[in-house]
Design a protein around this ligand. Structure first.
Ligand SMILES: [Zn+2]
Length: 348
């Protein structure tokens, strides 16, 4: 126990809904889950009752299996009303994966942010059979371990289109400051950044619900990564800016419905933790960079645990996000090593 009521995080449900089942977390708001074939093995999706139909929030990776689960949900907990709209909180494939299926097979309208739509459609059309040289350059500049790089190059590159159903032309845009009606409630739309650019969050004006996507999660820290599309990006600055902007909106009684893990209350506490965790990581990283090091040599101070092969890719892009942030704030300088890796060192 850590003192005042408002500082405690609570999880009203100990267990997630089973496959093909739903839990009603508030009147007309269903929580469901789809499996992911990764260490993070699930994504949360929601359906909101609009009276004459459903609005679905996020959709899982594209696969025959996930669409069979969706069909079971549509024939089960959602039976009796059509899915008229599908909202994607952000462009990542575990959220955007089946959006195109809802559009083209079920006639649903896609509602998302302009950046999420542009990114998802651009990446799903950009099919690569061999590794783009820009991606390999990016991995080398991050100091990717040679054996990891060699193993990757021996495999077909990751393709967004493998995880995302073909996306037809057209969507409906939501943007910062909009008031969006779904599930019998009016929701203030607030944009997040850092985990994904222009990530939508929804704050109910009529009760205590907040749909946070991956911008705010209960028991894991959202991945903040830099990719070959923008090697000098500083998503950590964007993410911290979002946290500071959203924190004053958070109330202890808010029920936060995130893209992964369990729904929770105690949102102000979680916002503070998320901010403090990254400031702590940056302080440890500054100490660690008393001698020049590549991003790949910064896992220990950032994650405080060993990183297995299954997590190496996510750890590397997150390490680059942190060294990039210190580079942009002027705390570190960088030089090229002979093998192409950037080495970062604390100033003074
Ligand atoms: Zn996600």
């Amino acid at each position: 126990m850590d003192g005042g009521q408002g500082r405690i995080m609570r999880y009203p449900w100990d267990e997630p809904p089973g496959q093909g089942a739903a839990i009603e977390v508030a009147e007309g708001v269903l929580w469901m889950r789809l499996p992911l074939p990764m260490k993070l093995d699930h994504v949360n999706v929601y359906a909101l009752d609009d009276g004459d139909g459903w609005t679905v929030i996020d959709t899982g990776f594209s696969s025959k299996k996930t669409r069979a689960i969706w069909q079971a949900l549509i024939d089960g907990p959602l039976a009796g009303k059509p899915v008229r709209r599908v909202v994607a909180t952000h462009h990542h494939p575990d959220h955007m994966g089946n959006v195109g299926w809802f559009q083209s097979e079920l006639g649903a309208e896609l509602v998302t942010t302009r950046t999420a739509w542009l990114f998802a459609r651009m990446l799903s059309l950009d099919v690569q059979e061999t590794w783009p040289s820009e991606t390999l350059d990016y991995y080398r500049s991050a100091g990717m371990a040679p054996e990891v790089l060699a193993r990757r190059m021996a495999e077909r590159p990751f393709n967004f289109a493998d995880m995302v159903y073909p996306m037809p032309l057209g969507f409906t845009r939501i943007k910062q400051g909009d008031v969006f009606r779904m599930g019998g409630r009016d929701w203030d739309v607030h944009m997040g950044n850092g985990h994904a650019p222009e990530h939508a969050t929804f704050w109910s004006r009529d009760d205590n619900l907040v749909i946070t996507g991956d911008q705010i999660l209960s028991s894991i820290s959202p991945n903040i990564g830099v990719y070959a599309t923008e090697p000098l990006a500083d998503p950590l600055a964007d993410w911290l800016e979002t946290c500071e902007r959203l924190a004053p909106l958070a109330r202890p009684d808010h029920l936060a419905l995130g893209g992964h893990k369990l729904p929770f209350t105690g949102l102000p506490t979680r916002m503070r933790q998320l901010i403090d965790n990254h400031h702590g990581a940056l302080a440890r990283l500054r100490d660690h960079l008393d001698t020049p090091k590549a991003a790949s040599e910064c896992f220990a101070p950032l994650f405080k645990r060993s990183i297995g092969e299954g997590e190496y890719g996510l750890a590397l892009v997150e390490a680059v996000a942190h060294v990039n942030h210190l580079y942009h704030t002027g705390d570190v300088v960088r030089t090229r090593r002979e093998d192409g890796a950037w080495l970062y060192q604390r100033r003074g």
